[in-house]
Design a binder for this molecule. Structure first.
Ligand code: ZN
Ligand code: ZN
Length: 238
């Protein structure tokens, strides 16, 4: 019914020059040429889909944006690097790695990564030669608090989706395996699974902690982390 249509007069009035000068910003970055340079770097990094350069150039751009409004900075990024640019930036931050380890683990200090001490399986690492990274606690991810605030929510959603895929993979593969089939695995296969499980467990724990009282999946993740603990024990001792 015509009566239900919104009255146009209640919409914010448009300035006459709006739309015409969409690319001209109203607020200015502290240093225009540095900002443009950083924007060009970010655009190149996005085109190359390189995680680390995307993250570092975004962080630089952000500090150079000065008094610019967030929405305006986002618009400038979209204009320079395309409509999907922000998605790519979120993806890059959600994949950004911990700098201290190799995907969540580092060589065991007790046995220098050999898995053996005096010919016996190393007690610290159950002979696996790896220990959990003390920096990221095994997630292999960059620190959540180092992610720019405006991207955190989107990054968290991506990390959750990523971990849910891994959980589905866990059900398809390891959880259903009998002790018998675990015993048939080669040493390398077993280590590969253990390292993957250590990482998945750490990620579940981190997400459970971040989502506590906020996200209904947090409990599920906490429970799954406990189940992985049992699988890990079985893998290590069998
Ligand atoms: Zn060791
Ligand atoms: Zn780490």
């Amino acid at each position: 019914m015509a009566d239900d249509l919104p009255d146009n007069s209640s919409l914010p009035s448009r300035q006459p020059d709006e739309g015409k000068n969409a690319s001209q910003s109203k607020s200015h970055p502290t240093n225009q040429s540095d900002f443009d340079k950083a924007l060009a770097e970010l655009t190149n990094a996005i085109a190359a889909r390189k995680v680390e350069p995307i993250c570092t150039s975004y962080l630089r751009l952000r500090t150079l944006a000065g008094g610019m409004k967030l929405e305006e900075m986002f618009n400038r990024i979209r204009q320079a690097a395309g409509d999907k640019a922000l998605e790519v930036i979120v993806s890059a931050f959600s994949h950004r790695r911990c700098f201290m380890c190799d995907d969540g683990v580092m060589p065991c200090q007790a046995c220098q990564g050999q898995g053996l001490t005096d010919g016996e399986p190393c007690l610290s690492c159950d002979g696996q030669g790896v220990e959990v990274c003390s920096f990221c606690l095994g997630t292999g991810w960059s620190d959540y608090n180092q992610i720019p605030k405006e991207l955190r929510k989107a990054v968290l959603h991506r990390r959750i989706r990523h971990v849910e895929k891994d959980l589905a993979r866990l059900v398809r593969t390891v959880s259903g395996k009998s002790l018998d089939s675990i015993n048939k695995l080669s040493k390398d296969e077993r280590k590969e699974i253990i390292v993957w499980l250590i990482r998945l467990q750490a990620r579940l724990r981190e997400l459970a902690e971040l989502g506590k009282d906020k996200d209904r999946r947090a409990d599920k993740f906490g429970i799954a982390a406990g189940q992985i603990e049992r699988i890990l024990k079985r893998l290590r001792t069998s």
